[in-house]
Design a protein around this ligand. Structure first.
Ligand SMILES: [Zn+2]
Length: 148
């Protein structure tokens, strides 16, 4: 029996049964974003609550990640500005390696494709000024932001 095209969502092996046009919720541009998808992904992508990401690889390959598969990107959205910084005194916390100590920055985040959580970054003491200057520079558009 001849096999039809597969759903174009990453790693989905179900047959593509419908076309779906991806649309950013507030995107001003119209990209060529028609995808052949299976029934399940048609339903998911038609739900505006579904999180998805379209990635264009260097070789021109498009990857469409939907829902929980976004967790593989290991990206965390910061949900609120960082407004708290803690320093533990020697009498409350002792670490084996001094270089692994620093300022504790709790950050409310949501992993792409996942749930909200609080991460705590530990910023080594001698990295604070450089980090703050870097972020300050971006905020004032003096620094170049690296392309990946
Ligand atoms: Zn599918």
């Amino acid at each position: 029996m001849p096999k039809g095209p597969e759903c174009q969502v990453e790693r989905c092996k179900f047959p593509a049964t419908k076309m779906h046009r991806l649309k950013e919720q507030s995107g001003p541009f119209d990209y060529p974003t028609d995808f052949a998808v299976c029934d399940i992904h048609k339903d998911k992508l038609s739900d505006s609550a579904t999180e998805w990401m379209l990635l264009y690889e260097d070789d021109g390959v498009r990857r469409l990640l939907v829902g929980p598969m976004l967790t593989e990107l290991d990206e965390f959205l910061v949900l609120a500005p960082i407004t708290k910084l803690t320093v533990y005194s020697q009498s409350s916390r002792v670490v084996s390696h001094p270089e692994s100590n620093g300022y504790y920055l709790p950050i409310r985040v949501r992993r792409r494709g996942g749930e909200e959580e609080t991460l705590t970054l530990v910023l080594p003491f001698d990295a604070l000024v450089e980090t703050a200057d870097f972020l300050h520079g971006i905020a004032h558009r003096n620094d170049k932001v690296d392309e990946p």
